[in-house]
Design a protein around this ligand. Structure first.
Ligand code: GLC
Length: 437
């Protein structure tokens, strides 16, 4: 995957309608042999695999694709950049797969999608390939692996785990000043805002989209609440959940965050941090690689990482992560599997951990010295334990509906259109109705 090709593809994506795109990946390209090579046939068949994922602000994807292409000369990977907002990305795939489009071969799937995608039959079960190639699933973090299983089948392989973290500027915040609670964060962010040319004290994802749900899960869990409890009961209208949501609204309305924080997703958050605009930031593990990327970041070497601030009941991180699956309509499932196997295997994950800052799902990689050197966070026991303690989002077959209820009601509370108590009551009513359908 060359840079120019990637840039061109990005432009193509802007105008592309996945559903209407008739072209399939069933195209083969021919590669000319060097002029002097008269002994072999003049052309060689190459299979093109289209691989789709959201915007990667790190070099992870590029490096993984490069390494794969170098060892698989007959498979060419075309990268298709999808919307970085996971909800929009989800909708684009649904449109394409409902239209039985074979245009995309391999996709990255958010941890919240597998049940839905498996049930709808959008992706291929991978069990046959796994068996044929003797892939040892015991090497994987079993929680991450389980998230890709449904009805006894393996629908995807986990590529990396995500958990929310607090990032800070080491040049502005001393180790003993790192806030331990949300209240301390508000104080410190106010204190430090403006230092070192910063414009904001804290930046987080407060737009009405899936990232807001992740942030809300963290606030609520840090005060001992849940949206849906372990037994599957709606629990959002509890004093604990309300306390957590009130803190979220307080932070969102405070003057330490950007005035337009309700337009911030991960992309804007990362941008603000690497440009040196904010003292504190909430984001996923990849931020470490992004903020230490010499080619684009103004804060290389100044990146501190800590657990998210605590509420009454401690610190809580939302569990996220991505896995790779194969479009059921792919015309090249064999080659698609080769790429998926590489990407989600130890070699691909190692490259992505080093260049993409992504937390591996193959457990032995946490002992790999090159990975630990590139990303010291992965050597931190607190970080690794934090990953396994991260809080899942509600598990429900119609998760997108549940998520939308949460997004809309919290956004209204942030905008002052309803109180947090009203938001909790509405969420309770609407979630119960959605779950009982
Ligand atoms: C990250 C997480 C994913 C989550 C998304 C929300 O990509 O890995 O699970 O849904 O952020 O924005």
């Amino acid at each position: 995957m060359k840079k120019s090709k990637k840039a061109k593809l990005l432009a193509v994506f802007a105008t592309l309608s996945l559903a209407l795109a008739a072209c399939s990946s069933d195209q083969t390209s021919t590669k000319e042999k060097p002029a002097g090579d008269k002994t072999k046939t003049a052309t060689e068949q190459k299979v093109k695999i289209v691989y789709a994922r959201g915007k990667d602000v790190t070099k992870g994807t590029e490096k993984v694709v490069e390494a794969f292409e170098a060892t698989h000369p007959n498979i060419d990977i075309e990268f298709r950049e999808m919307p970085s907002d996971t909800g929009k990305q989800h909708d684009a795939y649904i449109t394409a797969f409902n239209a039985k489009s074979s245009e995309i071969d391999v996709i990255d799937m958010d941890v919240i999608w597998p049940a839905e995608f498996a049930q709808a039959g959008y992706v291929l079960p991978l069990d046959r390939f796994i068996q044929q190639d003797g892939i040892d699933l015991n090497e994987y973090n079993q929680g991450a692996l389980g998230a890709a299983q449904f009805n006894g089948k393996q629908w995807a392989l986990p590529k990396f785990v995500d958990a929310g973290l607090l990032y800070y500027r080491k040049d502005l915040v001393k180790a003993d000043e790192v806030p331990k609670t949300w209240d301390e964060l508000l104080v410190k962010a106010k204190d430090k805002k403006g230092q070192g040319n910063t414009k904001f004290g804290y930046v987080f994802q407060s737009k009405q989209y899936e990232g807001l749900v992740c942030n809300a899960v963290e606030f609520v869990a840090s005060y001992g609440g849940a949206f849906i409890d372990k037994n599957g009961n709606v629990a959002v209208n509890s004093p604990e959940a309300i306390k957590g949501l009130k803190k979220l609204v307080e932070v969102a309305k405070s003057d330490v965050v950007p005035g337009n924080v309700t337009t911030f997703t991960e992309v804007e958050s990362d941008q603000a941090f690497i440009e040196g605009q904010t003292v504190f930031l909430r984001n996923w593990p990849y931020e470490y690689a992004s903020a230490n990327d010499k080619e684009k970041s103004k804060i290389v070497g100044q990146v501190g990482v800590a657990p998210l601030p605590a509420g009454d009941k401690g610190s809580a991180a939302a569990l996220g992560g991505w896995m790779a699956g194969i479009n059921k309509y792919s015309k090249h499932p064999k080659e698609a599997w080769e790429f998926l196997k590489f990407m989600a295997g130890a070699e691909g994950q190692k490259i992505d951990a080093i260049y993409g800052g992504h937390a591996p799902t193959i457990t032995k990689l946490y002992q790999d010295q090159e990975i630990l050197k590139a990303n010291p966070t992965f050597a931190d026991k607190g970080f690794v334990d934090g990953l396994s303690a991260a809080v899942s989002r509600p598990v429900a077959p119609n998760y997108p509906e549940i998520s939308e209820i949460i997004q809309i009601n919290i956004s209204k509370a942030i905008a002052g259109e309803q109180t947090v108590e009203q938001a909790a009551q509405n969420m309770e009513k609407e979630m119960k109705a959605a779950l009982n359908k």
